[in-house]
Design a protein around this ligand. Sequence first.
Ligand SMILES: C[S@@+](CC[C@H](N)C(=O)[O-])C[C@H]1O[C@@H](n2cnc3c(N)ncnc32)[C@H](O)[C@@H]1O
Length: 266
Amino acid sequence: MKTNYYHSVGTYYDKDAIDFEHRYWENDTLQRIRQSFREHIRKYNFTKALEIGFGPGFDMVHFAQTFPNAQINGVDVSAEMVRIANEKIIQSNLQNAIVKEGSVEDIESQFPGERYDMIYVFFGALNTVNDLNASIKELERLLLPGGNLVLTFVNKWYVGGIIIESLKGKFGRAFSRLKKIWGGYSPTNFLASKCYSTSEVKSSSTLSCEYQRGYSIFFPAWYYRGIHKRLPSKIRLFLWHLDSKISRTKLGTLGEYMLYDFQKKH
Ligand SMILES: C[S@@+](CC[C@H](N)C(=O)[O-])C[C@H]1O[C@@H](n2cnc3c(N)ncnc32)[C@H](O)[C@@H]1O
């Protein structure tokens, strides 16, 4: 059963679903970051994957096509996202992808007894869970020995954003990620979310973090469209490569987005 919180998250994304894909295809920064997330997952030879918060289903379809022998299950709290993703699965005639409505707490009842060698979250579903600790513990339980938990988060300590917003005199926005509740990306549509630092994410898991990297450290975050437009393409490319070089260092933990790869050894 949906809690009030998941009901409000689901309703938010039901509305967001209307032009989600259009906004995505207009934004090459989001596309670059997704590409990098996918490349990370593709390094593994999984047979049973689970996606939390698949949205319109870009990656469900991508992985179901790329790994035709793997089964890909997914849950999302938004009924509209489930409908859109399911439509894509049917249109693409995929027999190895199944989407259901729900959050982390519903996975066992939606897919009883199923266990996974790959569980992944792209673009934010774990920033909107009731309890991050409990969610990660549940995902660890669903993971098979040797499996990977690849989690991405809106990062708490995005220093570039603090500097840019402070220079604009928008101090509330500059420090909004440090508050207990963050209102989400939209300045007009509130979504009660939480941003997590690297130490908060790592301390929520009992598994060892085998890999982590940050995104948009010097390369402007995906929503700074004006800055992206004004930057010459050579400089943008330079900043993207600079980020890639430092993404795994301490500086990498100060980017806009983070990816963590936890492995269940046994
Ligand atoms: C920003 S969208 C990203 C969608 C997709 N992963 C992508 O990369 O395009 C976040 C998605 O996660 C879903 N979501 C948010 N919180 C969730 C939760 N606690 N459990 C399951 N899905 C959730 C939303 O409904 C939405 O579809």
